[in-house]
Design a binder for this molecule. Structure first.
Ligand code: ATR
Length: 295
């Protein structure tokens, strides 16, 4: 044989522990590459498998996952919110967020976590050396990712959070969860003068919409809205530099894409399932290779 040898030497036997991810669609997930590289690097007899599970089948899939002796599962679209009602107990941060992305089976019971929130905070720390304590934050978007991020900001001591979303009414459930109990929080639309004003007053701006994933979609924020003492984080990681990050970088702001969040949510899930420290460097390399090396 010539060329490169296959990387994996996977061995499945009667003691292999199984984890994975349920979603629909699921074909584009980069998580198997990240987790299987970690198992291999640590010489663990574990495997991570993606499963296409439709919304209507989540309950039976979770029961089956438990009954088949799997160690746990990740959840992605469309399962994160419905899963809250299908587990035996929930970590308190995940309860605030109202969405789960990780379940571990412990003594036959399903325990739910949200490691997206941890992934976000860990990425901010790693990329910007920034803690959320005392920050004024603008979160763009009001879907599942925005909710995890906004609630995490509130739980970690951000002093003010503005949720800016195309459909203002979609911000209401997030605002109700956060204000006034956790911190100051309000929702606004994406109209430019109001958005420019709140961005000007923020230290951290986070894009948690799906805008940036597709060509043609744009939030139409330009460099004049940012300044060099700001941090701008985009949950999108492909492309590695979205229009938003380009505009912010032009203004001298520090920028980071969502790769670090994806990595750290995975690392936390790995640790919840295996009770072992996640091999971050291995997982990061595998992720970068899986998403095309452009991040
Ligand atoms: P996720 O769970 O990944 O956060 P989601 O729940 O589908 O995804 O949420 C997508 C977010 O992107 C929403 O905030 C959505 O705005 P609406 O609430 O108005 O739908 C936002 N979004 C999607 N496409 C958009 C676009 N072209 N312009 C502005 N916002 C957009």
């Amino acid at each position: 044989m010539c060329g490169r040898q296959p990387h994996t030497s996977m061995h499945i036997d009667g003691s292999t522990r199984i984890v994975g991810v349920f979603g629909a669609p699921i074909t584009h997930t980069a998580s198997p590459a990240m987790h299987n590289a970690a198992f291999e690097a640590l010489g663990m007899n574990w495997v991570y498998v993606p499963f296409h599970v439709e919304a209507a089948n989540l309950r039976s899939a979770l029961t089956g996952m438990r009954d088949m002796g799997m160690a746990g599962i990740n959840l992605t679209v469309p399962h994160k919110v419905p899963a809250v009602g299908l587990v035996d107990n929930i970590d308190s941060e995940a309860r605030h967020i109202g969405a789960l992305n990780t379940i571990v089976v412990e003594d036959g019971k399903l325990r739910g976590f949200n490691t997206d929130a941890h992934g976000f905070a860990a990425a901010l720390q790693e990329e910007f050396n920034l803690s959320l304590q005392g920050l004024r934050v603008v979160v763009l978007g009001a879907g599942g990712a925005a909710r995890a991020i906004a609630v995490k900001c509130a739980l970690e001591g951000a002093t003010e959070i503005v949720i800016a979303n195309r459909t203002v009414s979609n911000t209401e459930p997030i605002v109700r969860e956060i204000a006034p109990r956790l911190t100051k929080c309000r929702g606004i639309g994406l109209d430019r003068p109001a958005l420019a004003r709140v961005i000007a007053g923020a230290k951290l701006v986070v894009n948690a919409t799906s805008v940036g994933l597709r060509d043609g979609d744009a939030l139409r924020l330009d460099a004049s809205m940012f300044s060099s003492d700001q941090y701008v984080f985009d949950v999108v990681y492909r492309p590695a530099e979205t229009e938003l990050l380009r505009a912010a970088a032009q203004a001298g702001a520090q920028t980071a894409n969502g790769l670090g969040m994806l990595l750290h949510q995975g690392a936390k899930a790995f640790e919840i399932w295996t009770k072992q420290k996640a091999p971050l460097a291995v997982m990061r390399r595998a992720l970068q290779a899986a998403i095309g090396g452009d991040a």
